[in-house]
Design a protein around this ligand. Structure first.
Ligand SMILES: N[C@@H](CCC[C@H](N)C(=O)O)C(=O)O
Length: 301
């Protein structure tokens, strides 16, 4: 894929060029972690897309660490999808950020802040982290939806799919980002890349939505595929796993501890109605590299 380049001011060139980054993944959800705690630079959508187009740093999500805004936190984190859009939550990326913060530390707990709030992350094993993802929200304004609906647990949204049961009445959940969870008998049967974009952009979702197909295997197991807003179908989506477990529990289909199996592996999700959601799973370091200055050079000249 050709690498997009940007037209930037000299001062910006010096900020990102040659900066080290960590290439990581959470269950195959491709994550790049970039530490900007020493600068006040805010990554633009163009810069995020350029980094995503850089072959060695290609990502589903870019997690950018900024200086802490609140006492007791390790960083303020901005989350970018590979289309350059920003998100309020990324479960897999948060475990990778916890790994990055705690890797040279005696501590086992890191606290990060995102646009959606504070997230407390605990190291619970070798490269395994448990994150309190906060309380899910179900009000139509919070998901958000374009208008009020009778029941956010069964949204007025339907797609007929030739030869398969229609996708109908998904549960709407905000995990700090918008999710619509369709419960289906066979998640593997659907052509998600064909169906996902239309649902992500449905007018019901003014900020678009992450679209999940959830197959409840039994009260402790869910199979899940996620079409992510701004990134397409990924091998895993942590906030999507939380949303699916919460929606299944809310519908009385699952117990308070659920193993959610995604194409890239499994997450354990704990949720009791009225409480917060705990997500537990691995974070894997792949390599460290630097952003090449050529990514940010003015090619128009
Ligand atoms: N992969 C993530 C979710 C990332 C953000 C999402 N695509 C959005 O735009 O809301 C996860 O692990 O939660």
């Amino acid at each position: 894929m050709p690498v997009p380049t940007l037209t930037l001011l000299d001062s910006q060139l010096n900020t990102l060029a040659n900066l080290p980054f960590l290439k990581m993944n959470g269950l195959g959800n491709e994550i790049v972690v970039l530490d900007l705690r020493h600068t006040s630079h805010i990554v633009t959508a163009d810069e995020a897309r350029a980094i995503a187009g850089f072959a060695r740093a290609g990502f589903d999500q870019l997690m950018v660490l900024h200086a802490p805004r609140s006492e007791g936190t390790d960083a303020f984190v901005r989350i970018y999808n590979n289309d350059g859009s920003e998100a309020g939550a990324c479960g897999n990326g948060t475990r990778c950020v916890a790994w990055a913060i705690l890797r040279n530390s005696d501590r086992d707990t890191a606290t990060v802040e995102t646009a959606a709030g504070l997230l407390v992350c605990q190291r619970v094993g070798d490269d395994v982290f448990s994150v309190d993802m906060g309380a899910p929200r179900f009000d139509w304004q919070d998901i958000p939806l374009a208008h009020d609906v009778a029941d956010t647990n069964a949204l007025p949204l339907r797609r007929d799919v030739p030869g398969l049961p229609a996708l109908d009445a998904p549960a709407g959940v905000s995990m700090g980002n918008p999710h619509a969870v369709f419960f289906v008998a066979d998640a593997a049967a659907y052509d998600l890349p064909a169906i996902g974009p239309g649902l992500e952009h449905d007018p019901l979702f003014p900020e678009r939505a992450n679209i999940s197909l959830a197959q409840v295997v039994d009260r402790q197991h869910i199979l899940l595929r996620v079409w992510e807003r701004g990134a397409g179908e990924t091998r895993a989506c942590g906030s999507g796993a939380c949303a699916a477990a919460v929606a299944a529990i809310r519908r009385g289909l699952a117990d308070e501890r659920v193993e959610v199996q995604l194409p890239g592996g499994s997450l354990i999700i704990d949720y009791r109605e009225g409480g917060t959601v705990r997500m537990t799973g691995p974070a894997e370091f792949e390599w460290r590299d630097s952003l090449p200055p050529s990514l940010f050079q003015d090619t128009a000249a």
